[in-house]
Design a protein around this ligand. Sequence first.
Ligand code: FAD
Length: 374
Amino acid sequence: MASARDFDIAVVGAGIVGLACALAAATRGLRVVVIERHPRARGASVRNFGLVTITGQDRDAIWSRARRSRDIWQAVAAAAGIPIVRHGLWVAARRAESAALLEAFLHSDMAEGCELLTPSAANRRCPELATRGLQAVLVSPHELRVEPRDAMPALARWLAREHGVTFLWDTAVRTVDLPRLDTSRGALSAGTAVVCPGDDLATLFPERLAAAGVSRCSLQMLRLENPGFTLPGTVMSDLSLVRYGGFAGLPEVAALQRRLSAEQAEWLRHGIHLIVAQSGDGSLVVGDSHHDADAVGPFADERIYALLLDEYRAVTGREPPPVRERWIGSYAVANGAVLVDVPAPGVRLVLVTSGSGASTGFAIGEEVIEGLGH
Ligand SMILES: Cc1cc2nc3c(=O)[nH]c(=O)nc-3n(C[C@H](O)[C@H](O)[C@H](O)COP(=O)(O)OP(=O)(O)OC[C@H]3O[C@@H](n4cnc5c(N)ncnc54)[C@H](O)[C@@H]3O)c2cc1C
């Protein structure tokens, strides 16, 4: 383990937020070390959809950051050889109230580049969506998707190779008291530190995280076998319209909320909305649900998976293909989209507290490194 003042900046955590900070620091010519307790990233950043969601995001905190992050993802993916496996988002509205909400959204500046398709136009371009009951489909060209379990290791390898970032894997940081960081494998020193612990609320600065009201949210996910068709983009349904701030902030959401409460109360109770994201091999990542992680513990509930698959049937009009994988993910939640705290001079504690770090991570990395005066 290194001992002298070895690095300009130490980044704790090799999730997307940590790697985004490492990239922003390395491109400013700083000597960067990333310290990760696991042999590779295995938190939210590899358990999510790998989706940079733009259309429908909350304007102030997320939408503009997501657009900036998308641009960085595009550049990084090309440079690092990370495939962009899908572009675009298709929101399938099965209720008149959803269609009215999408119509209202289309008149906002956040809908730039989007189009609202009639059911027959949607069916011509995407026959995989169920026509029965379909009212309208919002098509957004802005999103992109990477395969997170491949993209995250590839991003780390590229940062090491092309930007000289040092990675210390299998190494837990126990304390940060600049210039010293104590780890499970010895001490090192750095001029500044960025702690990006994801949903680890217990190891570093737990009192600051508790004071900020940070807790953990648990999500159930599935991967289905290749259904034998290719989706034109990532698919969402009516349930997503009450979750994403850019849609849910419109007055038209009230009528939709009433109807969903009457017709899909069980889905709402489990915080379920449908995202179907297709991978390069044709398989489908399907999710997700939202629960207080401490209340549900580490146990996946089969009823949640059944509700997700029911929504899949409703949106596609087809039986789902066999399930290949099931997993649980979790992320930090609090009031506000992002927490950037200063627990000590030269130290930043950075958490995405709204489940949107795949979309906003690269922009947050730039902001944090700029904020440190680098
Ligand atoms: C199922 C699921 C679906 C999601 N869907 C979306 C989506 O559609 N769009 C979107 O934008 N976002 C989505 N998200 C949220 C997004 O994945 C997270 O916001 C983002 O990955 C958080 O990144 P992170 O780097 O902060 O955390 P993580 O990826 O959890 O990484 C934190 C890392 O820090 C390490 N660490 C912590 N403490 C220490 C320590 N003391 N020493 C060493 N290492 C440490 C951990 O081991 C971990 O690897 C989803 C998340 C999940 C779980």
